[in-house]
Design a protein around this ligand. Structure first.
Ligand SMILES: [Zn+2]
Ligand SMILES: [Zn+2]
Length: 331
């Protein structure tokens, strides 16, 4: 390789994690173009009018109210609709575990789908201010509800968009898994945070405010491409004030969070097209030392042998380059 070729092993801001930034030569944005969504609406079970094809909704957001379906009656003309996943990973009444070779526990928990809009081809960047705010409010409500249940240790809230990001249905939706165990990644992270003198995320804010990895800021949030981006165009959304959980968010904060998510997704789609992505909420309801954040990871390749072997990701686009490019589409 010529000496101009860049390859860096970068360490995570504060965790014992690494990524390798090794930009592929000549790789263009169009090389990342993602999969095409099927636009068929005739048999989409998430579309309005098809409510009978899903389990009864546990929460229906309609005209400022939160309602529930009954077994026999499905509410129509909703704004957001939440119901149990048809193929849940965890269930409310799992069979008792007996006599296992190693450790096992019952697969107790909840697995919910949040259909973000009744309209099939509408995406988050198309949402009005009211629609995005309602989605953030629904996130808060649903997370709070499951978090308050006995035996639930963590509520994972995430969105898979596009087939290669794990979505089996094209109609825009998020998912929530309420778990009876604490995810090891968060356990490790909070341990590291507790052993730090000051909040590592607050430190990131100070350092990244003026950096060439800052993509966007509104009154309450900043959006950065992290120094240790695992994948091309990875973005982190951080509240500027130290706040640990969405349950503490005022409507104003929810509005600015919605804005940060919407701007990020719009800029991504304007820059690199309809790329599949995941976004994940990170928060701890009972630990004020945690710093709430949302991570967006476009799916440009699949984790392969090296990543699985080492936990180290090879990223072909430096975050500074990603921001430089994304900024040209920031209005
Ligand atoms: Zn649909
Ligand atoms: Zn903080």
């Amino acid at each position: 390789m010529g000496s101009g070729y860049m390859s860096q092993i970068r360490k995570h801001y504060f965790l014992d994690e690494y990524c390798i930034i090794a930009p592929g030569r000549g790789k263009r944005p169009s090389d990342y173009l993602g999969d095409v969504l099927e636009k068929e609406t005739s048999d989409c079970v998430f579309c309005k009018g098809h409510e009978e094809k899903t389990p009864p909704a546990t929460a229906v957001y309609k005209e400022g109210q939160i309602l529930q379906d009954s077994e026999k009656f499905r509410i129509k003309d909703w704004d957001i609709r939440c119901f149990p996943n048809l193929y849940p990973a965890l269930i409310q009444n799992p069979a008792k575990v007996s006599n296992t070779e190693f450790q096992a526990m019952e697969g107790y928990g909840f697995h919910e789908v949040i259909v973000e809009t009744p309209k099939h081809s509408r995406q988050i960047p198309d949402f009005s201010d009211n629609e995005i705010l309602l989605l953030m409010k629904a996130y808060k409500e649903q997370v709070n509800y499951y978090q308050s249940l006995e035996k639930i240790k963590y509520v994972s809230l995430f969105k898979n968009k596009g087939e290669r990001a794990g979505a089996s249905i094209a109609h825009t939706h998020s998912q929530l898994l309420a778990l009876p165990v604490m995810p090891p990644t968060l356990k490790r992270e909070i341990q590291t945070i507790k052993s730090s003198e000051t909040c590592p995320y607050c430190n990131i804010l100070v350092k990244e405010y003026g950096s060439n990895r800052l993509l966007y800021r509104n009154e309450e949030f900043i959006v950065i491409a992290p120094y240790c981006s695992k994948v091309p165009y990875e973005l982190w959304i951080l509240p500027q004030r130290h706040i640990h959980h969405i349950s503490d968010f005022t409507d104003d904060l929810l509005r600015f969070l919605g804005d940060a998510i919407q701007v990020s997704l719009s800029v991504l789609s304007n820059s690199i097209g309809d790329l599949p992505y995941n976004y994940m909420f990170y928060q701890l309801n009972d630990d004020p030392e945690y710093h709430f954040n949302v991570k967006i990871q476009p799916v440009t390749s699949i984790a392969a042998g090296f990543e699985k072997n080492t936990g180290i990701y090879i990223n072909t686009m430096a975050p500074e380059k990603a921001v430089e490019q994304l900024k040209t589409n920031l209005l």
